[in-house]
Design a protein around this ligand. Sequence first.
Ligand SMILES: *[C@@H]1O[C@H](CO)[C@@H](O)[C@H](O)[C@H]1NC(C)=O
Ligand SMILES: *[C@@H]1O[C@H](CO)[C@@H](O)[C@H](O)[C@H]1NC(C)=O
Ligand SMILES: *[C@@H]1O[C@H](CO)[C@@H](O)[C@H](O)[C@H]1NC(C)=O
Length: 203
Amino acid sequence: MIVTLFLLITPLIGLTTSQIPNPIRYQVSFSGGSHYAVDKIRWRLSSKICTSTETVPANCSSQEIYVPSEGRTYTFQLTTANPCIVNRGAFLKYIDIWPGIVDSFGGENKTYDKIIFDKDCDGPCLTWFISYNETVYSFMNYQRRLYVRQADSRPIKTTLAWYDLKTGKLVGESESKITYWDLDEIPDSQFKFPIDTKKCYFA
Ligand SMILES: *[C@@H]1O[C@H](CO)[C@@H](O)[C@H](O)[C@H]1NC(C)=O
Ligand SMILES: *[C@@H]1O[C@H](CO)[C@@H](O)[C@H](O)[C@H]1NC(C)=O
Ligand SMILES: *[C@@H]1O[C@H](CO)[C@@H](O)[C@H](O)[C@H]1NC(C)=O
């Protein structure tokens, strides 16, 4: 009985851990200073562009908050003359950023490409790989890779390298580190309006 259960459970575990994490509640920050707080259980979503990428983002110049009960998206541009504009509808693609990243690497059901030991991973990372050619504006082959730490399924970074299609030579490389990743309950403070909404323009 126990053996049967074990045999049943093992493939399921293998399946989920070999896939790209696609949680319905997450906080993620990128090295560029963007921070996302998405809770699709309680439907609260916020994205911020900040100069600090610490756990608690500071010096945020812009923020978008989707308020489902109002069906409105609040856009705060704190350094501009119109610091708050409220639009009808949801601009979820910009706020709920993670599913788009998952899709761009082949979707949540795609199995990883290979395991790579990388210093940013403190050990092995499962990686997903995508390659595409761009022949309209340039003549390049692009190669993107997503790194997810094997030990705890924490996304670590995405990398991009581009190669000249004629010569095969590496032209450039960039990476975006995931500086914060948390799947716990998100504090209310993440969804607080940064200024009084009396200052908002309702479009
Ligand atoms: C916020 O910006 C101010 C002024 O540019 C700077 O002195 C301060 O260190 C910044 N705070 C953080 C947490 O980055
Ligand atoms: C991934 O697989 C699960 C289980 O088979 C399925 O329910 C889900 O719809 C699939 N997701 C996508 C994006 O295909
Ligand atoms: C990109 O172009 C090269 C050279 O024509 C080809 O070998 C390769 O299969 C192409 N890759 C993709 C992902 O289309």
